[in-house]
Design a protein around this ligand. Structure first.
Ligand code: AMP
Length: 146
């Protein structure tokens, strides 16, 4: 996919947004949905996607960045608290040449612990279902704790 290919409504995240595919949801509001990455670079790796259709950062409606980035920050805070992270790596890829593999705009929130390496992007093993459930519960509880 180049940076200028049109949005494909059959992409995996569009299907998750429509409820056609499952996800381990941790947050949702009018503008964004957040769920755990199936191939986490560290435990608790979370994706925040906008509800608006956008292939990448270039075609996202500028007036929606405020609420979308606010959701990214909200989720980052909960991932930090829920996973007890010392740091957060927040990543975002655009176009095949930029490393993007799912063509619906998203930010990766990757909890980091001091001295612990993360798997490379596109180079992580598939998560175990029970671990995803547990990590999602920790993040959801962090929202509820304040
Ligand atoms: P990117 O390469 O930046 O487009 O990131 C896409 C991310 O989506 C990767 O980290 C994948 O592991 C992740 N991913 C792919 N399919 C799913 C899925 N069905 N549910 C959750 N995460 C997924």
């Amino acid at each position: 996919m180049t940076l200028h290919d049109p949005y494909d409504t059959s992409n995996i995240f569009a299907r998750i947004l429509r409820g056609e595919l499952p996800c381990h949801k941790v947050y949702e509001n009018d503008h964004a949905l957040a769920f755990l990455d199936l191939f986490p670079q560290t435990p608790g790796h979370t994706l925040v996607i906008p509800k608006a259709e956008a292939t990448n950062i270039l075609d996202f409606p500028p007036d929606l960045f405020g609420p979308y980035m606010s959701a990214v920050q909200t989720v980052a805070r909960a991932v930090h608290v829920g996973l007890g992270a010392d740091g957060l790596s927040i990543l975002q890829f655009n176009g095949t040449a930029g490393g993007q593999t799912v063509f619906h705009l998203h930010f990766h929130i990757i909890p980091r612990h001091a001295g612990v390496a993360m798997h490379g992007h596109g180079n992580a093993p598939m998560a175990v279902e029970a671990d995803l459930k547990q990590q999602a519960a920790l993040i959801v509880a962090a929202f509820q704790s304040g």
